[in-house]
Design a protein around this ligand. Structure first.
Ligand code: IMP
Length: 429
């Protein structure tokens, strides 16, 4: 049972890319199970920055099988651009990319629908990444989506596209007064993509299961985070997939008995992009300080991220929802130099103190954080590679989090680079 899931424990952007890059060294395959190119996973190798949106971060290691699972929604144009960008930088994809034939595609009309719907919602907009993710999952669930295998069969594709456009063009016109899409234009564009991608398309679930049965390590890379999960996040301000660990099995076609552990990635403070409640948000100088020092600008959209203190109520929810076996703490160095660090230990909801993360956004909106203050540290943690070399108060901060969450910090990231990492526990051994 050698599969390890790495999932975001907050609102995404926890720094999963770097951890996946490290763990990929010990893995035979790295697989994505949900989301799409709304994700932006940053990995820095020898001062060279790579931002991956769809292809698992494992591609940066030679010879790793990188799987885009059936649960992912794929914009083929973006995927091809990403493949080309990697090739231009000397990363040879070769036979290493496997795309599930069952993965649904993001079509141009999905982006049009999303943009029309978001502008219609005004102040109540979700603040999506504008990539067409939600409408692509809507079509999947409504059983009128177009899958990777469909575009490999011209006759079938034309029929499915005709049916989809009949509905969607009417919707665009009647609901939003937006222009219609031309069948032949979309057909030609996507059959062109199919030509380029077809050698990478296959039965990903079958191949992953075979590897797992042979005892090979499979690393499962989550995108976004638990609090953006369609079922367990701050609904409706969420993404349209199961970003938490539960999505990994259905999104890859493997069984829960194959999962050896679930590592939650926790940023040393909290960030969020887009709309929705955020109890520990700092809308002051302290928030700006974290944003600037932490470089908190979206890897996909460049939007400034909202910043705030660590939220134990939300993290405790993530421990439960994902069944976390351990966590990786990232961006510890961003807290260097602070006199005190606040941590939210409970919420006050309508005058009552609670430690329960509320299941909907309107309740979360009314939650006020109850803070505890911890001592900061003046020394730099940047680039530290051994736990014992961290300042005493930084170690105390980590121990405090471990104690509150009831799980251990398996890894601590102390900088952007691949080697700026403390490894307390090897998860694949
Ligand atoms: P969508 O996934 O584009 O539909 O956006 C829904 C919500 O999820 C918005 O608040 C986005 O900002 C947020 N979101 C989507 N992908 C990411 C990500 O990779 N990191 C952080 N937030 C994300």
């Amino acid at each position: 049972m050698p599969a390890l899931i790495v999932a975001g424990a907050q609102w995404g952007d926890e720094g999963k890319g770097k951890l996946v890059d490290y763990l990929a060294m010990q893995a035979h395959a790295v697989a994505r199970y949900q989301g799409g190119h709304n994700a932006g996973h940053t990995v820095v190798i020898n001062n060279e920055k790579f931002i991956l949106h769809l292809i698992p971060s494992g591609i940066l290691h030679e010879g790793k099988l990188c799987v885009i699972g059936n649960g992912v929604v794929i914009d083929p144009e973006c995927l091809i651009e990403e493949m080309d960008a990697l090739l231009n930088r000397g990363i040879n994809i070769g036979e290493n990319l496997l795309i599930s034939e069952n993965a649904h595609l993001i079509m141009p009309y999905h982006m049009a629908l999303e943009s029309a719907s978001e502008s219609r919602m005004g102040k109540k907009a979700i603040g999506t990444t504008g990539r067409g993710i939600g409408p692509a999952y809507m079509d999947k669930m409504a059983r009128c989506g177009i899958r990777m295998s469909d575009i490999l069969n011209a006759a079938l594709f034309r029929e499915r596209l005709r049916a989809a456009l009949e509905k969607t063009n009417r919707l665009l016109d009647v609901l939003y007064g937006a222009p219609a899409f031309d069948l032949e234009e979309v057909f030609d564009k996507y059959t062109g993509f199919a030509e380029r991608l077809k050698k990478h398309v296959g039965n990903a679930g079958f191949i992953l299961n075979k590897a797992l049965r042979e005892g090979k390590n499979v690393l499962i890379e989550g995108a976004q985070g638990t609090l953006l999960d369609i079922d367990h996040g701050s609904y409706p301000y969420v993404t349209s997939s199961n970003a938490s660990a539960g999505g990994a099995c259905t999104g890859l076609g493997i069984g829960p008995t194959m999962i050896k552990g679930v590592m939650g990635v926790v940023k040393a403070y909290t960030t969020r992009v887009g709309g929705g409640p955020f109890p520990t948000e700092l809308e002051d100088k302290q928030g700006e300080y974290l944003r600037e020092k932490g470089g908190e600008y979206g890897a996909t959209t460049g939007r400034p991220r909202r910043c705030g203190w660590l939220d134990i109520v939300a993290l405790d929810h993530a421990v439960r929802v994902n069944g976390l076996s351990g966590f990786a703490l990232t961006k510890l160095d961003i807290l260097d130099g602070l006199d005190t660090i606040k941590v939210c230990t409970a919420y006050r909801l309508d005058g009552v103190v609670t430690r329960e993360f509320p299941p909907d956004a309107s309740t979360l909106e009314r939650c006020e954080p109850v803070y505890e203050e911890l001592k900061g540290w003046k020394e730099s943690t940047s680039g530290v590679k051994k736990l014992g070399d961290l300042p005493a108060n930084a170690r105390k901060y980590i121990e405090w989090i471990e104690d509150r969450l009831g799980i251990g910090a398996d890894m601590i990231s102390t900088g952007q680079r691949r080697d700026e990492l403390i490894v307390n526990k090897e998860n694949f051994h």
